[in-house]
Design a protein around this ligand. Structure first.
Ligand SMILES: [Zn+2]
Length: 405
């Protein structure tokens, strides 16, 4: 007889069946329909009450270092341009009464409370703050190690070629523990696509890490850089290790040009992460996926100097993307869910993902009949488990993970 550390009973699986989940050593040790055949009185049991059980969510793009989560409300202070938001960041963030580590921690707990198990955060690296924000985010990651996993991207928010010295800082950031090299609008911000892309790909190649590049540039300008990124990814053998963030140009062009870009991305193994930005074109998610591009999603800015919106809820984010993409049928809404779950896990290189025997017991429960309803209504998460321990309950993160007793 298999010995379990705990049993979850009365679980609703996405296919509608009701069953149980046996947990052992922080992993899923058994899955079955109905009640378990042999019950030991020694095994702690938790009745899930017929609620839906889903795998821990994956936030593929956010900015832990920028958030104002947990602070008193502040009026949005930036002007309408990206450069104005960059400048506002530099004025506001250093003068806040709480550290980057504390703010990042505040947001991490909000994400955990809503069922996020894994996330990739961009962290500003610039001449003014050097690696200070990365240090803060890495400290927050360490403090929340038993609740969520965090990947960091060394992100040159203010530019690379227009800020001499930033390339060296990106290299130093990787040596200090950042997981990927970032980039930003090589033409619009830097006015030097060859310089920036050659520079950041050289750092990534030298340090053996991947890249995740913010590309807000519209139309042909953005598409030019999509193809430049694909060419470098192929040349350096980085298939599967490069992501384009946003890629608004893919939704802001002709169908033929979008298809050519999709084919290049699929061939090079360049993924796309989207958040369904307000006021900007959404990349054609279904066409990109059909062409073989790995598309995933994230929240991007959550209540920060860039945007007042957001709570960290990835089911709400999936609903926003689905609404914007005009996804209506269940299978389309399930695509939106895939972006914040399994597709995100593939992009972040998370193995053993999902509700399956042998996988880490990262899951959450909520009152919904299936995946489509979970996305559309995104009700509160009742119970969140990370590696078999309870990390959040009734929509609130616990101070420390609890074993099921
Ligand atoms: Zn971003």
């Amino acid at each position: 007889m298999t010995t379990f550390d705990a049993l979850l009973t009365n679980c609703r699986f996405p296919d509608g069946r009701i069953g149980h989940i046996g947990l052992a050593g922080g992993r899923i040790a058994a899955l079955g329909e109905g009640a378990p055949a042999t019950l030991s009185n020694q095994v702690p049991m938790l009745d899930i009450g017929g609620d839906l059980v889903l795998p821990g969510l994956v936030d593929g793009h956010l900015h832990l270092d920028k958030t104002l989560t947990g602070l008193p409300w502040m009026d949005h202070a930036a002007g309408p341009t990206r450069l104005s938001r960059i400048d506002t960041d530099k004025k506001i963030l250093p003068n806040l009464p709480v550290s980057t580590e504390e703010r990042a921690g505040n947001l991490l707990r909000e994400c955990v409370a809503r069922g996020t198990a894994h996330l990739r955060t961009h962290v500003d690296i610039d001449l003014e703050s050097g690696l200070a924000k990365l240090d803060g985010v890495l400290a927050a990651r360490e403090r929340h190690r038993g609740q969520v996993t965090v990947q960091t991207v060394a992100f040159p928010q203010s530019g690379v070629m227009r800020c001499p010295g930033v390339l060296d800082l990106l290299d130093a950031a990787i040596r200090s523990g950042a997981d990927l090299v970032g980039g930003i609008d090589p033409l619009e911000i830097d006015r030097d696509p060859k310089g920036q892309l050659d520079g950041i790909f050289a750092v990534a190649s030298r340090r053996g890490v991947g890249l995740d590049i913010h590309l807000h540039e519209p139309g042909d300008m953005g598409l030019f850089n999509v193809h430049e990124i694909c060419a470098r990814t192929k040349a350096l053998g980085l298939h599967g290790k490069v992501t384009i963030s946003h890629g608004f140009c893919l939704g802001d062009t002709t169908e033929r040009k979008a298809r050519l870009a999709a084919e290049a991305m699929a061939e090079a193994g360049v993924a796309l992460v989207t958040h369904g930005a307000g006021g900007l074109a959404l990349p054609p998610i279904e066409m990109l996926r059909a062409a073989g591009v790995l598309v995933f999603a994230g929240n991007d800015d959550i209540r920060d100097t860039w945007s007042p919106y957001g709570t960290g809820d990835l089911l709400e984010r999936a609903a926003i993307i689905g609404w914007k993409a005009d996804f209506r049928r269940d299978e389309q809404v399930e695509t939106a869910f895939d972006l914040v779950s399994a597709a995100g896990a593939r992009a972040l290189g998370i193995g053993d993902y999902g509700i399956g025997v042998g996988a880490p017991a990262n899951l959450f429960t909520l009152a919904a009949s299936g995946v489509a309803e979970a996305v559309a209504a995104h009700p509160p998460r009742k119970l969140v488990l990370f590696e078999g321990r309870i990390v959040a309950r009734d929509g609130a993160c616990l101070p420390a993970p609890l074993s099921i007793k």
